[in-house]
Design a protein around this ligand. Structure first.
Ligand SMILES: Nc1ncnc2c1ncn2[C@@H]1O[C@H](COP(=O)(O)OP(=O)(O)OP(=O)(O)O)[C@@H](O)[C@H]1O
Ligand SMILES: [Mg+2]
Length: 333
């Protein structure tokens, strides 16, 4: 159900990697003054030209801090970060020129109208007046904002404001477009529109790094995903490979009256192919191999054990499942 052209980037062959890395971090670290633990801890990352790369993690994982160091807003405490081969700490102005940034907040200039928000961005980035004019017109067309050109940014819906921020971020043709939680707070329709738009930009060759705590977003949009928690990189691969890595192909959720821990233990022992299990609210969740006749098998097992089943559902493993297996907790609160 993903927009066409989305999620098609694949890892470059091993031999090609060093040449094509647009972002490279080595042991990158950030410890905020007074903080007990680093916000980002010895992070090694490579993002290749043409990728949509996702940093997926819960609140406080270090996603914004990572993006902040790459875009020169946050000063690293250790390690190195390069964008387009430029060391961000040594040449911040140059690194900034190579980055397009859509931050977690609405950063549109409220003193300026929609068109001016783009035009002056170009001027600020050293583009000539004629080229900035032309590009502002062109991008407003492409992003379906042309009829709002003269409007105040107050008049824009959340989705339109987000599109304008993306247009502004790519205005100076950056090597990497950074988006921090681009769809947080957007309604489902605006989220789909934005996914589609990012897919189109990527199809035109734009390298994109986005942070998100929505597993569906990482799954549908990103060619590769880095899972982060507490400043650490826990896993990095394509969504398909990450899901495959858990070794189960089915997730069975059982709700029943009585003790959840007991339910989990009994059902995990009674069913074949269980690779992992945990308690959830009102029941248990089992990861298994083999979906064949799973529902009748589960119902029969429950009956034999005298379990009073209230509900039963079967799903495929998701990036949430991967995250749970890595950390023992859920991605969402
Ligand atoms: N300016 C700051 N000063 C001190 N601590 C900070 C600062 N910014 C972030 N932190 C801390 O660093 C850690 C990582 O925060 P960061 O904002 O990078 O996480 P995040 O993954 O972007 O989270 P969220 O999903 O909430 O946006 C958190 O523990 C946070 O409290
Ligand atoms: Mg953040």
């Amino acid at each position: 159900m993903g927009p066409s052209g989305v999620g098609t980037s694949v890892p470059a062959p091993a031999g090609e990697r060093r040449r094509d890395a647009v972002i490279r971090t080595e042991q990158l670290q950030k410890r905020y003054p007074g903080a007990e633990a680093p916000a980002v801890d010895h992070l090694d990352l490579e993002v290749f030209a043409g990728e949509i790369f996702g940093l997926l993690g819960p609140n406080g994982a270090g996603k914004t801090t990572t993006a902040g160091m790459l875009t020169t807003r946050v000063v690293p405490s250790g390690g190195r970060a390069e964008i387009g081969g430029v060391d961000v700490a040594r040449h911040p102005a140059l690194a900034k020129q190579l980055s397009g940034i859509v931050s977690q907040q609405n950063t549109l200039d409220r003193q300026l109208n929609v068109w001016e928000n783009l035009y002056f961005h170009g001027r600020l980035f050293g583009m000539g007046s004629r080229r900035s004019r032309h590009r502002a017109d062109e991008l407003l067309q492409q992003f379906q904002l042309a009829r709002w050109a003269k409007a105040s940014v107050y008049a824009l819906s959340g989705g339109m404001a987000q599109r304008l921020m993306v247009a502004r971020a790519i205005f100076h043709e950056p090597a990497v477009l950074f988006l921090d939680e681009p769809t947080a707070g957007l309604d489902p329709q605006s989220r789909l529109v934005l996914w589609e738009l990012l897919g189109e930009l990527n199809a035109q060759g734009q390298t994109i790094l986005l942070t998100t705590h929505y597993m569906e977003e990482a799954d549908q949009l990103c060619g590769r995903v880095a899972i982060m928690d507490h400043g650490h990189l826990l896993a990095l691969d394509t969504p398909a490979a990450l899901k495959q890595s858990i070794g189960a192909d089915t997730v069975l959720t059982l709700k029943a009256a009585g003790d959840a821990a007991e339910l989990r233990e009994k059902m995990a022992a009674a069913l074949d192919g269980v690779t992992a299990s945990r308690t959830v609210e009102g029941g248990a969740q089992l990861q298994l191999r083999g979906i064949e006749r799973l529902v009748p098998r589960a119902v029969a097992a429950a009956e034999a054990l005298g379990v009073d089943l209230i509900d039963l559902s079967v799903s495929e493993p998701s990036l949430e499942t991967v995250f749970i297996n890595l950390t023992g907790k859920e991605l969402r609160d």
